[in-house]
Ligand binder design. Structure first.
Ligand code: GRF
Length: 199
């Protein structure tokens, strides 16, 4: 399966996918990596792996919809079977979802529906939950509201701060992401209402 991965930051989730794709049995390869900003470590990881990259900056477009459409067109040019948002810090809108909805997944560092948005680990810590984790879902027009494909739970420790908690989440997140994406490309998946099934 052909994966296009969108990143905004360090790209450790992307790196996990690149490493998983190195196994011929995994059944997928990353055909392009895109970002909303230049010079991120995630783009550097793609370049080191010899994977084509592209940047689509919101500021380069006269409207948010124009950016959405440009991003959708660039992604489409790589003919993805699956688009993976992995630490991508922009919401994709209707123009993008019109083109790639239903085959775009996003990973979020919390157990949805808890703690949507930009600060999942911080919000979980502040709330005092004892268990949090990561969620992989099919992207819809909401903020981290899509149909859930997989989740992975981690304990919150009494001495955690946001960084130590997020690192523990990210270790579980990488495994969840690579395992689930691999199964999706090899076995397929179906969504009925709010329930997704692999295979
Ligand atoms: C991940 O935990 C992702 O879920 C969240 O930010 C982190 C990005 O990490 N949105 P990386 O860029 O994959 O290292």
């Amino acid at each position: 399966g052909r994966l296009v991965v969108l990143v905004s930051g360090s790209g450790t989730n992307l790196q996990a996918l690149l490493d998983a794709c190195a196994d011929p049995g995994y059944g997928a390869r990353v055909v392009a990596v895109g970002s909303d900003r230049d010079g991120t470590e995630g783009l550097a990881r793609a370049e080191r792996a010899g994977v084509p990259t592209f940047v689509e900056r919101v500021g380069d477009h006269h409207s948010r919809d124009a950016w959405d459409e440009a991003l959708a067109a660039t992604v489409a040019s790589y003919e993805p079977d699956l688009v993976v948002l992995a630490g991508f810090m922009k919401l994709v809108g209707e123009p993008f979802l019109a083109a790639h909805g239903g085959r775009t997944v996003n990973t979020h560092p919390a157990l949805s529906p808890s703690f949507p948005g930009m600060h999942g680990p911080r919000d979980a810590l502040a709330h005092g939950v004892k268990v949090t984790g990561a969620t992989l879902f099919v992207v819809d027009a909401g903020v981290d509201t899509g149909v859930i494909l997989a989740q992975s739970a981690v304990p919150v420790r009494d001495d955690d701060d946001v960084e130590t908690l997020h690192e523990r989440i990210k270790a579980a997140e990488r495994a969840m992401l690579t395992d689930t994406v691999g199964r999706m490309v090899r076995e397929g998946f179906t969504v009925e209402g709010r329930r997704a099934r692999l295979g």
